[in-house]
Write a new protein. Structure first.
Length: 93
């Protein structure tokens, strides 16, 4: 769900509101990476919500013998709602 959270924050607060934390400090995202290309590659990866590793899939949708739902399937509705919200926000009349 990390990518979904990052995308949601990015859409709500803009790219200037995205920060990266490491063991020592918190940095504005563009200041954390060594080049603009590295920063842009990170953003592109963040935007690919459904391409991330889903632990449920790695566990074959079972934990301790019980079936668990797929995170990717559960993300469809929130991502569709985010898309609808962005469309409404930027709709030109």
């Amino acid at each position: 769900w990390c990518r979904a959270e990052q995308l949601s924050h990015l859409c709500s607060c803009g790219i200037e509101g995205l920060f990266v934390a490491d063991e020592e400090d918190i940095f504005p995202g563009q200041n954390y990476f060594s080049s603009t290309e590295e920063w842009e590659a990170y953003i592109q990866t963040t935007l690919q919500v459904f391409s991330g590793q889903a632990s449920c899939c790695a566990l074959h949708h079972h934990v301790k013998g019980r079936e668990i739902p797929c995170d990717r399937e559960q993300l469809v509705t929130p991502m569709a709602a985010l898309y609808a919200r962005l469309r409404a926000k930027h709709h030109v009349r």
